[in-house]
Design a protein around this ligand. Structure first.
Ligand SMILES: [Zn+2]
Length: 372
């Protein structure tokens, strides 16, 4: 069976977040805003300035910070109270995942990401952590968000590191899709008890994603560093948020996510961002799955040019051989690893990690220090 899932509507442009209330009003009249505590401080009451013109519509606000776990979702649910017909998430991946859990009760979901660091905003997936911070639960919801509003002015004003991490995450999408295609592995589109594989539409989205990064990635990073909104930035924000988001769900993850997520089992593993680990691990995928050298180096050049980590040092890791084995074992146990056509043992995975770091150090040596 082929399966396709997608966000309902997607709007992107500078200043659009100012109209979040008006857009939320298209879906219902009792709104709950779940806002990242830092973002709430930054935006102040501007999110709510349109309510005077929205007739009888009303809103409640809860702020969120910290890790998302079943416990913290319940805390937000209690604080927010019942009866909301629209949930509006404003912030990064964790706030968005909390809002998805709340909207699973039947409310409409509007998502306003304030960084382009991951592909969480458009997907139907929530990632929950244990109270100790380990990733331990992936929830696939019946529906994707109804509307995603991406304000590129807000994203241009955020630190470049977030956009770079999003590029790392987005870079994996196409190559992981190819792994899945080779093995016929199931994608992440909700289809009850069945499982499906990628449609032609899903594969086309993944290809558009990688092509956009190669075309516009470095220019977008420069635009972000200068806090400017340019067509290149708009293109890469769309690649990081929309193409990568519906891409990964529709074509599936594999070795890059298996390895990137496994890095959190060693100390310091959490000091890098998800997309940074996945970007590095995409080079590992290309090495492990025996891509031609030119293709591996092309991807590595892109990472260097976009500030995506290519060495252990840039990932803030200084792994001992024990650490490398721990990462390898955790990666081999990951569900996503099973989508890759290569079968490796622990020693071979360690070799792939070391080869990736050596490639990265060589690239950095040739191209100088990272730009961020
Ligand atoms: Zn990811």
């Amino acid at each position: 069976m082929r399966a396709w899932g997608s966000v309902g509507h997607y709007l992107q442009g500078p200043g659009i977040i100012d109209h979040a209330a008006r857009y939320a009003n298209l879906f219902g009249t009792r709104h709950l805003f779940v806002v990242d505590a830092f973002v709430q401080h930054m935006l102040g009451d501007s999110l709510f300035s349109e309510y005077g013109d929205l007739g009888g519509s009303s809103y409640d606000l809860v702020t969120f910070e910290g890790e998302i776990s079943r416990g913290s979702v319940e805390r937000v649910r209690r604080e927010a109270g019942a009866g909301h017909d629209v949930i509006v998430a404003v912030g990064g991946g964790k706030v968005i995942d909390v809002a998805k859990m709340l909207a699973a009760d039947g409310a409409a979901l509007v998502v306003c990401p304030t960084i382009a660091a991951t592909d969480a905003p458009t997907s139907a997936m929530s990632i929950l952590y244990s109270d100790e911070g380990e990733m331990n639960d992936i929830v696939i919801h019946v529906k994707n968000p109804d509307l995603v509003l991406v304000d590129t002015r807000v994203i241009a004003n955020a630190p470049v590191r977030f956009l770079s991490a999003g590029i790392g995450d987005a870079l994996s999408t196409y190559y992981e899709g190819v792994s899945n295609e080779r093995t016929g592995h199931a994608n992440y589109v909700w289809c009850d008890t069945e499982s499906g594989v990628a449609t032609l539409a899903g594969r086309a989205v993944a290809r558009a994603c990688v092509e956009t990064l190669f075309r516009d990635g470095p220019a977008a990073v420069r635009a972000n560093a200068a806090r400017t909104v340019t067509p290149a930035l708009e293109n890469v924000v769309e690649a990081n948020v929309l193409l990568s988001g519906i891409g990964f769900e529709n074509v599936g993850c594999s070795l890059a996510h298996g390895l990137g997520n496994a890095m959190t089992v060693v100390s310091n593993g959490e000091r890098s961002m998800h997309g940074e680990r996945v970007g590095f691990s995409t080079l590992s995928l290309l090495i492990a799955e025996d891509y031609p050298s030119e293709e591996i180096e092309r991807a590595a050049h892109l990472c260097v040019d976009c500030g995506v980590p290519v060495t252990f040092e840039e990932l803030r890791l200084d792994p001992s051989s024990d650490d490398l084995e721990k990462i390898a074992r955790a990666a081999l146990e990951a569900e996503s690893w099973g989508a890759s056509p290569v079968h490796l043992d622990v020693r071979e995975v360690v070799d792939v990690l070391l080869a990736t770091d050596a490639l990265g150090r060589r690239m950095r040596g040739a191209e100088g220090a990272p730009t961020r």
